[in-house]
Design a binder for this molecule. Structure first.
Ligand code: ATP
Ligand code: FE
Length: 339
């Protein structure tokens, strides 16, 4: 089975070709244009998708070295995401499926961040069911009980900002360009995580909250730079390390709670923030300390990519879960939505 997959939910245009569970190609065009605005501008994103989608799909097919006549089905991200961005991928996928006369398969982007673990060749292998998944991305922060490929239950989620937003907004306060998450990770490597203690929020159950942290970082920076205008520059590594360890601490506390609550020690993470080095290290430490088995995606399958859409396409293909041409993009598309 060959699946051609298309992802366009936010600001990355991506196409991939999979042969069963194996990724033959995974090409992503990242949009630089949003950097100067400090966040994704939806109107610019959809225009860039329109420019990128044809070359990206071409490259994916070329790199996979297969003729498009061999494609068994087209998988695409139906949602959640930015409507204008989703529309580009959705209409392109629909027309291509029609043109090639192959089935169409719609994919939920958040399920894909989790099911990316079933791509062949993931470093930690694929988790057995049931397992806990923590999706940590630019738009979501969820702890999910995964009972089967398409049987997932959200146990907890953020009440306000997503964890990726917490990273990006903190970075913005420090004057770093968008997306700032990877930069905080980079500077934190040379810093002392205990230099500046920030308060952790108290949130019931397995839910999260990050907006209070963002505010306390803002006030802290305003206070310190009023005293010393070079405060950020002189302490960047320590500030980044302190922010990062607070955020990762919040995530780890909730994971521990979820393990205690469910008795499940198989934990998979997904979404862009899974690229963060401290969360990766903390999870591996959890294996030694608490007997967890953790599953961390390869870097290229953490942030948005079409390979993860392709693996869901393959899993749905096996179940004959095809999508009608009447399908439309769905900006709000919850993980456990069955239709
Ligand atoms: P969603 O998947 O919820 O729709 P999204 O697709 O915009 O949101 P992803 O591409 O999955 O999000 O993740 C992007 C986020 O990951 C950004 O907020 C970015 O800062 C963050 N991120 C990427 N690498 C790192 C890192 N090393 N450390 C911290 N955050 C990171
Ligand atoms: Fe994503």
């Amino acid at each position: 089975i060959y699946i051609l997959a298309i992802e366009s939910s936010c600001d990355d245009t991506s196409a991939a070709v999979l042969q069963n569970k194996k990724v033959l190609s995974n090409i992503t065009a990242t949009q630089q244009i949003h950097e100067e605005y400090g966040g994704v501008v939806p109107e610019l994103a959809s225009r860039a998708h329109q420019q990128n989608i044809v070359p990206v799909v071409h490259q994916a097919l070329n790199k996979a070295n297969i003729d498009k006549k061999l494609i068994s089905a087209i998988a695409f991200t139906r949602g959640p995401g930015l409507m204008g961005s989703l529309l580009v991928g959705t209409s392109f996928a629909k027309s291509l499926a029609l043109g090639l006369n192959v089935p169409l398969i719609e994919v939920n982007h958040m399920q894909a961040h989790i099911l990316a673990h079933f791509i062949e060749g993931q470093g930690d292998g694929s988790p057995e069911f049931p397992f806990l998944a923590m999706t940590i991305s630019g738009g979501h922060t969820q702890i999910v009980l995964v009972k089967d490929y398409f049987d997932m239950e959200i146990l907890g989620e953020t009440l306000d900002d997503a964890v990726g937003e917490a990273f990006d907004k903190s970075a913005k306060i420090l004057g770093l360009p968008y997306p700032g998450g990877p930069l905080i990770d980079k500077y934190a490597k040379n810093g002392n995580p205990k230099a500046f203690p920030f308060p952790k929020p108290k949130v019931e159950g397995l839910n999260f909250s990050f907006s209070g942290l963002k505010t306390s970082i803002l006030y802290f920076i305003q206070r310190e730079t009023a005293k010393n205008p070079d405060f950020i520059e002189e302490n960047l590594a320590d500030i980044c390390a302190s922010i990062q360890s607070t955020i990762v601490g919040i995530l780890m506390d909730k994971l521990k709670k979820a393990v205690k609550q469910t008795g499940i020690k198989r934990i998979a993470i997904g979404g862009g923030v899974s690229a963060n080095s401290e969360i990766r290290n903390s999870l591996k430490a959890g294996e030694r300390k608490w007997g967890w088995k953790t599953y961390i995606p390869k870097f290229e399958y953490c942030t948005d990519n079409a390979a993860m859409i392709g693996i869901v396409g393959y899993l749905k293909y096996e179940q004959n879960a095809f999508t009608d041409q009447a399908v439309s993009a769905k900006a709000r598309y919850v993980l456990d939505d069955k239709g």
